[in-house]
Design a protein around this ligand. Structure first.
Ligand code: SF4
Length: 493
């Protein structure tokens, strides 16, 4: 059983703890640099990459603007091909549907294809409450599950673990979940993968029910698409008798032709591969071939809330490639756990508040601030989600949500004071004189000085240290521009 993110502290607290973990920072820096460099190399090979990005963004955007129609088309196509369609408003409904179907087949276990949607709704934990074991079959998800850990990356959930740690998890935990790790297991990647293969094989051959997500759902044909690297997904999608796919409603694309752009954008952006090793597609039930009972659970869980946000809606274009995580300087240093969600990094910083709403809890409200707004995430995003724009928009929503607080935040007080000072020329002149004086005082309270005795950038004492703890405070000039202008008549005297 993996852990859960319930009760995680706000981002600044969690990030501080993560920053103290030097092993974590080393593992992350190594892994993100490797994937980042691979992605950059293969993207540079595609002369029309920018056109592809524009195409991907346009398909998603136009689909989202007419989402209801495309979903109704998808439902009809799925039903026409023998799939049973369920609609789930939230995580509880989706979990209940999956548990009910599983129990109706008298089994107490399912095998799972790696799926962000099922991680988002906490399906494994919900099934456990019904006495059903959900076995993760993706290698990285297996590592997280056996280690009773939390995922820290969309694509590589165990990115925070190195080979030695994985060997230890396999050696000590595999036996409790099924076939034990081979004796004398080393931390050689091929040996670790071999141990996982043997451990999972017996689960694939035994399982009657499989659970998946989908990368794309094609409305035209009722086809679901899973893109993966290991082949474990295909085992789940073909061997069991029953298949339940939990699919976020934003995964719909209108036609087969639309898939072309995404199957070129996704592998290069995610794993840095020219094409991914396994692309599985299935349309309902095919008699005598694969699962003979196919359920599709179409999941909202906050997506319509995000859709209603004119600026934030673009986050629903996300194809979960994780390129934005790998280039983010904040993510690289703190890792995924600090975001308190299965969606970490830049996309998590916008997706969580958009789907849950701002003003709901301190942890979610802290996420739009988990960014330096450097823009690297937008540069790499294959569907051109302007994450910095959405971050700024969400910050304003968080601030707006606190305007009525009886005890205003220090930032709100500072902004109100600034508005008061800037609203009147005499008040501004007074504020300038006061800030010049404050600069000289700061220089005396232990700040370094520049050559010539000018105060250097410094840090505020007391409550102000929260602001300057991670930033330099530029020292104000001895004389403001307005004072200089007044004294010299604009340089003429
Ligand atoms: S926001 Fe863009 S870069 Fe980030 S995971 Fe989604 S598609 Fe990939």
């Amino acid at each position: 059983m993996s852990g859960t993110f319930v009760g995680m502290p706000a981002f600044p607290t969690a990030a501080r703890a993560a920053l103290a973990d030097t092993q974590l920072r080393h593992n992350l820096a190594h892994a993100t640099r490797t994937i980042r460099d691979k992605r950059a190399r293969v993207v540079a090979e595609v002369p029309d990459w920018e056109e592809l990005r524009l195409t991907g963004a346009a398909i998603k955007e136009t689909t989202l603007r007419d989402l209801e129609r495309h979903l109704v088309d998808l439902e009809a196509s799925l039903q026409a091909r023998g799939a049973i369609v369920h609609w789930a408003n939230d995580a509880a409904e989706a979990n209940e549907i999956v548990a009910r179907i599983t129990k109706s087949h008298g089994v107490d276990e399912v095998v799972k294809v790696k799926s962000m949607a099922t991680a988002e709704i906490g399906l494994n934990e919900a099934l456990a409450e019904h006495g059903i074991a959900a076995w993760e079959t993706d290698l990285a998800e297996l590592i997280v599950q056996l280690g009773e850990d939390l995922p820290s990356h969309i694509l590589v959930p165990a990115i925070h673990r190195n080979r030695a740690e994985i060997r230890e998890i396999f050696r000590t935990r595999m036996a409790a979940a099924g076939r034990p790790a081979p004796a004398g297991l080393t931390d050689d990647p091929a040996e670790l993968a071999g141990a996982a293969r043997l451990h999972l094989r017996e689960k694939f051959l035994r399982a009657k029910v499989a659970v998946s997500g989908a990368n794309f759902a094609i409305a035209e044909t009722g086809t679901l698409v899973v893109v993966e690297s290991e082949g474990n997904g295909r085992m789940c999608l073909t061997l069991p008798e029953v298949l339940i796919s939990v699919v976020g409603i934003e995964k719909v694309v209108p036609t087969w032709a639309d898939l072309d752009a995404f199957l070129r954008l996704l592998p290069r952006s995610s794993t840095g591969e020219r094409m991914n090793p396994y692309t599985s597609t299935w349309s309902g039930v095919t008699p005598g071939d694969g699962p003979q009972e196919v359920h599709v659970v179409l999941l909202d869980n906050g997506r319509t809330r995000a859709l209603a946000d004119d600026v934030g809606r673009q986050a629903l274009r996300c194809i979960r490639c994780s390129a934005c995580l790998n280039v983010c300087p904040v993510y690289e240093r703190v890792g995924g756990h600090a975001y308190g969600s299965v969606y970490p990094g830049p996309i998590g910083a916008i997706l969580n508040p958009l789907m849950k709403g701002t003003g709901v809890d301190e942890q979610t409200d802290s996420l739009p601030y988990a960014s330096s707004l450097c823009g690297a995430c937008f540069e790499v995003c294959p569907v051109r989600i302007d994450i910095p724009e959405v971050l700024v928009h969400l910050r304003s929503k968080v601030v707006d949500g606190h305007r009525g607080d009886t005890v205003p935040k220090a930032e709100a007080v500072a902004m109100k004071s600034a508005a008061w000072a800037f609203g009147d020329a005499r008040r501004l002149a007074l504020a300038e004189r006061a800030s010049g004086l404050a600069g000289r005082v700061l220089a005396r309270v232990g700040r370094t000085t520049l050559p010539g005795g000018r105060p250097a950038a410094g840090r505020l004492p007391g409550p102000g240290s929260a602001w300057t703890g991670a930033r330099d405070l530029p020292a104000p000039p001895r004389e403001s521009f307005r004072a200089w202008w007044h004294r010299t008549k604009g340089g003429r005297s």
